[in-house]
Design a protein around this ligand. Structure first.
Ligand SMILES: [Ca+2]
Ligand SMILES: [Ca+2]
Ligand SMILES: [Ca+2]
Length: 183
């Protein structure tokens, strides 16, 4: 019986090409020429090579849910996320966290950040929201907070945010954001 030739499908891994993961770190702290590809109207410009940083957000949210009958409910939950950013790159989501508690409450945290191209400082904007109502999915916004901060290279910034209504329902968000240069 004749052998059947089975043609193996060509996959991306079969094609020989340049390694994709060029080590950009060797360009760190050097000035390199950026080649502008386009219609030629933009002149080549000198830009500092990208440097990568790790932004690490971690912390806890402590909940207190007031009950008209029986004991109040109390609990604490953690959050943790790491994101790699490049200097001069776009703003990225550092954390998006939502947690319901006690059948009536919900906390939402949104943190976005970008690295300054010249200093590498992490520019952060953070918004937190506290809902309390008939369910954990309520749109009854009781309190919120927005703040912006700048975290220099290899430093950590701590935060504590207290959100509450006037019925002894509250949430306390404690955490830190670290801006670590990857070497
Ligand atoms: Ca309540
Ligand atoms: Ca409850
Ligand atoms: Ca309420």
């Amino acid at each position: 019986m004749a052998k059947t030739n089975i043609t193996r499908p060509v996959t991306v891994a079969d094609t020989k090409s340049e390694p994709e993961n060029v080590d950009v770190r060797r360009f760190k702290n050097h000035w390199v020429r950026k080649i502008v590809v386009g219609d030629g109207s933009a002149a080549p410009e000198l830009l500092r090579a990208q440097v990568f940083h790790r932004a690490k957000v971690q912390g806890t949210t402590e909940f207190h849910d007031y009950e008209t009958i029986g004991d109040d409910e109390h609990g604490e939950f953690g959050f943790l996320q790491e994101v790699v950013l490049s200097t001069g790159g776009p703003s990225q989501e550092l954390l998006r966290w939502s947690k319901g508690f006690g059948g009536e409450e919900r906390v939402e945290i949104e943190i976005n950040g970008s690295l300054q191209s010249d200093t590498g400082a992490l520019v952060v904007s953070m918004e937190t929201r506290f809902y309390e109502g008939a369910t954990e999915g309520t749109t009854e916004l009781e309190d919120s907070d927005v703040f912006n901060t700048i975290i220099p290279n290899d430093q950590t910034s701590n935060f504590e945010i207290n959100l509450a209504n006037d019925e002894d329902d509250w949430a306390k968000i404690r955490g830190s954001i670290a801006n670590t240069v990857l070497t």
